[in-house]
Design a protein around this ligand. Structure first.
Ligand code: ADP
Ligand code: MG
Length: 362
């Protein structure tokens, strides 16, 4: 295992700037995820690390070694693909043993190493099957075992779960993380699924349009997004725009339609400001006695959606303001009927402020 350093990486395809000035330092043994919408450059970056693509400028280091000029086969990386890419005519054993054979490793050692990795990937007993006799999840485990058995310095995974059904995806992401923990291999994982990224990663780089927006732990990506792109891509968010009415210290009272919300705002905050509120940070109060430091906004329940673990209310709060509020573990009697007039309670600390044009956090 080794650290990976990406320095000032640029890469263009005809008419597309796929990667713009990528700078990322990944620690040895870290599970690092590239997260972003389709087309943002995740695969291009992963393939640049693997050596399948050559960057236009910038450098890739594994440990302290510059590997820009090493061909893909000489780089000490293992790749797991979205579409499994297992050899259809080979058995599970042969698939997993393949990389060891090409490295001229002895038969006894191959047997031992394949058995160990198949056990870890929960494939023991399936050695003699061919891929067409396996489920999608099992085929992907073969892909994973094949990449891991050679003990690469760096494991690269490009949306390895996206061809699996929802339930299996959730199971497999935990298995992948368990296996990675056991082997301690430095891992770069690609996904467009924000929940998957939050669950599986030590740290996440959120990408958009070929650029890294933020590199941080799952907690900080979610709780302290640096701009509106990250705030909207990861988790659900209410975005409101309003004008500052008054300022006091590092906060301001912002008028949004007929309502007033107190939000963080330093001296550099412009007159018009964008506010983000997470649905789960908001509460609904049916009697308005308890005001305190918090903002209370009157509204009417417009829609309620039951999703099992929670109820998601859409609340009309007068002119230009609709808020989505989530309540977890709802009780049947406590579900508020559509049309009910309520107050939305915005706790101090819930609002995040952003610049309306640049989208930067204020
Ligand atoms: P992601 O994996 O995040 O969906 P990609 O890295 O595949 O994104 O693509 C980034 C951008 O580069 C996209 O606009 C895509 O169309 C373009 N692109 C990717 N690979 C090629 C290629 N081989 N030739 C031309 N354009 C490409
Ligand atoms: Mg991709």
């Amino acid at each position: 295992m080794a650290s990976v350093r990406l320095e000032n990486i640029h890469k263009s395809f005809p008419g597309v700037k796929a990667l713009a000035d990528i700078n990322i330092a990944i620690e040895s043994g870290e599970f690092f995820t590239l997260l972003g919408p389709s087309g943002c450059g995740k695969t291009t970056l992963l393939r640049t690390v693997a050596g399948f693509y050559q960057q236009d400028s910038g450098h890739v280091y594994v440990g302290d070694k510059l590997i820009d000029n090493q061909p893909a086969y000489a780089r000490d990386t293992g790749m797991v693909f979205q579409n499994y890419a297992v050899f259809p005519h080979m058995t599970v054993f042969e698939n997993v043993a393949f990389g060891l054979k090409t490295r001229k490793i002895g038969t006894a050692e191959i047997k031992e190493r394949v058995a160990r990795i198949l056990e870890m990937a929960r494939l023991s007993g399936l050695e003699q099957r061919t891929p067409d006799q396996l489920s999608g999840g099992q085929q992907q485990r073969v892909g994973l075992a094949r990449a891991m058995v050679v003990e690469p310095q760096v494991l690269l995974m490009d949306e390895p779960l996206s061809n699996l059904d929802a339930k299996l995806r959730v199971e497999m992401r935990e298995e992948i993380r368990d296996i990675q923990d056991k082997l301690g291999v430095t891992t770069i994982y690609v996904t467009h699924d924000q929940e998957e990224a939050l669950v599986i990663s030590d740290r996440i780089a959120v990408m958009n349009l070929g650029k890294v927006q933020q590199v941080a732990t799952p907690w900080n990506i979610y709780k302290e997004p640096v701009n509106t792109f990250v705030a909207s891509f990861v988790g659900n968010t209410n975005f409101l725009t309003g004008r500052i009415e008054s300022r006091k210290g590092n906060s301001a009272v912002v008028a949004v339609g007929d309502s007033r919300i107190t939000t963080p705002a330093g001296g550099n905050a412009p007159e018009t400001i964008q506010i983000a509120l997470r649905p789960e940070d908001l509460a609904i109060v049916t009697d308005s006695a308890d005001g305190g430091e918090a903002s209370l906004i009157p509204g009417t329940i417009e829609k309620s959606i039951f999703t099992g673990a929670q109820v998601r209310y859409t609340i009309a709060c007068g002119k230009d303001l609709t808020l989505v509020v989530e309540r977890h573990r709802p009780e049947r009697e406590a579900i508020i009927p559509v049309g009910t007039e309520i107050m939305v309670h915005i706790p101090a600390g819930a609002p995040m402020s952003f610049h309306p044009e640049t989208g930067e956090r204020l």
